[in-house]
Design a binder for this molecule. Structure first.
Ligand code: PLP
Length: 406
């Protein structure tokens, strides 16, 4: 740590929490853009998540939101689940290899060529797709493609049907569409096996409450899950002994604690609580993922290229533009989080190399101080910015690599 860094961290533009993170990074000599996970917070969130799941349901961790093997290891152990939801064929192969005892449900309908690729290139592992993997199907055409794949390879595919419970992102939207798919399935018993229904209700609670409250949105989604399940149960009893009724997601997993139609609930992001998950049902969860980078240049005022009157017109007298900071890197899908009062400067333009932030006179950052951002989501952030620095008890204790594009 340089003497100027130790002075600035001692005087403290950050609160105690971010000051500790900054010191851990400086101590480890990390002075370039990095993604940070606070392990203690993540672990507490995992326990919170586990406690949110009703005894009648199984938690299915959303792998795409935690696409880091060491992170998934911890998350699965702490929440006591081997069930994962997977969204990407290269990650599917890596998951199968790492967790041969896992139970996998695809979170989106995969192109049949991707499914075919999985069977042609799946790793040598005791994982048995005919028992442990459910493919997601949304239309009769896709089901037909999967049937041809199963016949061609002489294998059995387990098929879960995507239902639309109000998000309107596809999936069957009415009883006749579900019946048509179930009929098709019934006619291909050797090669296709119906394994359940999957809905996603992330729209619940997102509308302005005057338009639709969270409670009303949830009740509507729950009744749609139930209506689709009732059709499968009543009209196709021979298909429905041990089905997977999946749904939820971090925004609604807490709502599914009571009186839920689901026996299988998905959630992932809640463990790290990126910015988009600052919502009332997750109020007790703690943000555990940040992007951090050092300040390279700290200046008074804000000056755009070109005539100086333009900068005066735009910025003079504006407290939030009293200082400018050029930072190492930028362009992340994230918002400044610490120190308080930092804003992106859209007029200066986007840079992935040295981007500009503005801030007030106080708290002021100095060169070499760290800036912390909160990413909007964990999925992209964890995949694209190199090894993840794991901080615990004021120290960088580990570096975790995400799944690769293999
Ligand atoms: C089908 C499905 N279920 C659940 C989730 C929830 O994931 P998370 O808890 O990470 O928001 C997602 C997220 O995209 C999803 O697409």
């Amino acid at each position: 740590m340089t003497s100027s860094a130790s002075q600035t961290s001692a005087s403290g533009p950050h609160d105690a929490y971010f000051n500790t993170l900054q010191q851990a990074l400086h101590h480890a000599g990390i002075a370039w853009p990095s993604v940070v996970i606070d392990r203690a917070r993540m672990r507490r969130n995992a326990v919170r998540l586990k406690n949110l799941v009703a005894p009648t349901a199984r938690l299915r961790l959303v792998e795409k939101s935690l696409p880091v093997p060491a992170l998934l290891d911890e998350a699965m152990a702490l929440t006591g689940t081997r069930a994962l939801m997977v969204f990407h064929e290269p990650q599917l192969r890596q998951v199968v290899q790492r967790y041969p005892d896992s139970d996998l449900l695809m979170g989106k309908p995969m192109p049949v060529l991707a499914a075919q690729h999985f069977y042609r290139h799946r790793p040598d592992s005791s994982f048995d797709p005919a028992r442990q993997l459910q493919w997601l199907i949304d239309t009769p055409a896709r089901l037909q493609e999967y049937l041809q794949l199963a016949r061609g390879q002489d294998i059995k595919l387990r098929v879960n049907i995507e239902i639309d419970v109000g998000l309107h992102r596809g999936g069957v939207a009415d009883p006749s569409a579900l019946r048509a798919l179930l009929d098709q399935l019934r006619k291909a018993p050797g090669h296709l096996e119906f394994s359940g229904l999957m809905g996603y209700d992330a729209h619940v609670g997102k509308l302005p409450s005057l338009l639709e409250s969270r409670d009303v949105g949830f009740a509507k989604a729950a009744s749609m899950y139930r209506a689709f399940q009732a059709i499968a149960r009543a009209e196709f009893p021979e298909l429905a002994p041990t089905l997977c009724w999946n749904g939820a997601g971090s925004p609604t997993v807490a709502l599914h604690r009571q009186d839920s139609p689901l026996n299988d609930v998905s959630a992932g992001s809640a463990l790290l609580k990126p910015l988009e998950f600052d919502i009332q049902p997750l109020a007790e969860f703690e943000p555990a993922i940040f992007v951090t980078t050092p300040v390279l240049k700290a200046q008074h005022g804000t000056r755009l290229p070109g005539p100086s009157w333009l900068s005066k017109l735009l910025y003079s007298g504006r407290a939030s533009r009293a200082r400018s900071y050029f930072i190492y890197g930028g362009g992340w899908p994230a918002e400044p989080a610490s120190p308080a009062g930092l804003v992106l400067n859209k007029q200066f333009g986007l840079s992935f190399n040295q981007s500009i932030l503005n801030g007030p006179h106080a708290p002021a950052l100095a060169v070499n101080d760290s800036v912390f951002f909160r990413p909007y989501q964990s999925e992209g952030t964890l995949l694209h910015y190199g090894p993840i620095r794991v901080i615990d008890d004021g120290q960088v204790v580990d570096e975790w690599l995400p799944f690769g594009e293999i």
